[in-house]
Design a protein around this ligand. Structure first.
Ligand code: AMP
Length: 141
């Protein structure tokens, strides 16, 4: 809808430097800024400078640079908040929870019982099954 469209436009505008945001760090590959929907104080987004929708679309150099910035952001969180933990979250596709279709990595401080929950429905595939899937994946690299 129109609200979703406005959010997308704002986000793309931010990485292009056309719309103001609270920027923490940037280099030629990535812009790190505060998330307006922060789960905890210190919640930052590492957004790709070029328009790329998701992780699958990132060239090797961009992918490396994005994670380098995420690590710097995490060290800043550590220094400022001394949190109980730090989470990194990166969604690709609506089914994975992506709401803004311009690639970004969430980096946020974590506290015991901070209300961020995630269900992780573990399966226990056989070694044979793991080998079968791994063979498909290796062939696709
Ligand atoms: P995701 O669900 O991973 O696609 O996350 C999108 C994130 O972008 C959410 O956490 C929003 O709070 C955040 N966000 C959306 N628009 C803005 C904006 N204009 N400035 C800062 N953060 C934003």
């Amino acid at each position: 809808g129109p609200v979703t469209k406005a959010i997308q436009d704002a986000f793309f505008g931010i990485v292009r430097g056309e719309i103001p945001a609270t920027v923490v760090l940037q280099d030629e590959h990535a812009l790190v800024f505060m998330d307006i929907g922060s789960v905890n104080p210190g919640h930052m987004l590492v957004a790709a400078k070029p328009h790329v929708e998701n992780l699958q679309g990132m060239a090797a150099e961009l992918a490396g640079a994005m994670f380098r910035s995420a690590a710097r952001a995490a060290r800043a969180i550590e220094a400022v908040f001394r949190p109980a933990g730090i989470s990194v979250y990166q969604a690709n596709g609506a089914a994975a929870g992506q709401t803004v279709f311009h690639a970004h990595i969430h980096v946020l401080p974590r506290w015991e019982n901070d209300g961020l929950t995630f269900t992780w429905p573990v399966k226990h595939p056989s070694r044979e099954e793991l080998e079968r899937v791994a063979a498909q994946l290796r062939a696709a690299l």
